[in-house]
Write a protein that binds this ligand. Structure first.
Ligand code: FE2
Length: 376
């Protein structure tokens, strides 16, 4: 029996104490930001936007800012071994450090969250240059991940003060990625509910969807997940924790290899998943492949869809339906050698859920990869 639940839309007149306008940027700490930038441009269709490093007066690190429609990716590497970013990279490998949230008032976001118990990462700060000002502040979340609140209503520059335009003669075309749909965190055993409470109490999010280990388990690996959403639904953070199965949970494998809690996947939306995934594959992005038998019965489960099944099955795109519509989704393999962070490509056609109907097929595909790594 399914125990997943989806709450009715919130009927409340209570003011949102942390109004969010969306995801501002996602910053990854990586071993070689120059090469990572090339990879995300070449493979994922990002465009060069901004740069900070020695040439711009930043002595200790280099940051490349890439953009694709509303998605901004910042790739940062340290320039010396005793830098805190070097320590982060030594421990975790490449991974997400900052999930930055776009706000109207970064000072108020800091006040509202810290008075509710958030741990301070960055005191409210105002950065200025000829293009105006960006106000920022930051708090810690699970693992070593942080939320930086970014207020940019009085800024007209390319990214923020300290950055210059990143000009490149190498500009591969976009693959049609549009915005960040959700970012998933993996937390430790028995840590899901404390972090759910953190997002409820400290950021004013609510739990819109829950999956227990009966929903998300195969013969082997199990996990539990709760989806947290801010008031307007622009920002969604599902939180996973491992569950006991016959063999090692995929979340546990992540925790072992990331050496701690962190961001498991970033889901990015497209308006045409067939075109986007065809393009990504031709550029070398590798995807999880579900067994071909998935497509024998999928339409019995999800009903009529607009797309032909043939290209979906050739590309390995998964389909799921909820009360409001359907969605198409696919997951990349991890984008590092450690089996840690990966991407999801998603096209929503009314559905607001996360593809529960695909969990079983997906986890079987994942377990195949896990066993190839010797980690089941
Ligand atoms: Fe997802």
């Amino acid at each position: 029996m399914s125990t997943a639940t989806m709450d009715a839309p919130q009927q409340t007149t209570q003011a949102d104490f942390l109004p969010l306008l969306g995801t501002d940027y996602i910053e990854l700490y990586v071993g070689n930001a120059k090469q990572a930038a090339h990879y995300y441009k070449t493979a994922f269709g990002f465009q060069s936007l901004a740069y900070a490093g020695p040439e711009t007066g930043v002595r200790d690190r280099a940051s490349y800012v890439l953009v694709q429609d509303k998605i901004r990716l910042v790739l940062t590497s340290p320039l010396n071994s005793d830098h805190p970013i070097a320590e982060h990279h030594r421990k975790h490998g490449d991974g997400v450090k900052v999930l930055a949230l776009w706000v109207d008032d970064a000072y108020d976001a800091f006040e509202q969250t810290t008075k509710r118990g958030a741990k301070v990462y960055m005191e409210p700060t105002t950065l200025t240059d000829d293009h105006g000002e960006v106000r920022m502040s930051g708090i810690h979340t699970y693992g070593e991940v942080v939320h930086v609140f970014v207020e940019r209503k009085n800024y007209q520059g390319v990214f923020m003060p300290g950055f210059v335009e990143y000009k490149s003669e190498y500009n591969p075309a976009s693959v049609g990625l549009r915005y960040v749909d959700h970012c998933v965190g993996n937390v430790g055993w028995n840590q899901m509910n404390p972090w759910v409470k953190f997002y409820e109490d400290v950021l004013g999010f609510r739990n819109i969807l829950s999956f227990d280990d009966k929903d998300i388990s195969t013969e082997y690996s199990a996990l539990m997940s709760k989806v947290m959403s801010n008031g307007n639904g622009y920002v969604k953070f599902p939180i996973n924790e491992p569950a006991e199965g016959k063999k090692k949970s995929q979340v546990e494998e992540y925790l072992d290899f990331y050496e701690g809690e962190g961001v498991q996947h970033i889901a990015v939306a497209t308006n045409n998943i067939i075109e986007t995934v065809t393009d990504l594959r031709s550029r070398g992005v590798e995807f999880l492949k579900v067994p071909g038998s998935y497509y024998d019965s999928v339409l019995d489960r999800v009903g009529k869809i607009d797309e032909d099944l043939k290209p979906l099955s050739e590309l390995g795109i998964l389909i799921d339906r909820d009360d409001e519509g359907y969605l198409l989704q696919i997951f990349t393999k991890p984008v590092e050698d450690r089996p840690t962070m990966f991407f999801e490509i998603i096209q929503r056609k009314g559905a607001k859920s996360f593809g529960k109907g695909n969990f079983k097929a997906l986890f079987e595909a994942l377990e195949l990869e896990q066993s190839l790594r010797g980690n089941l």
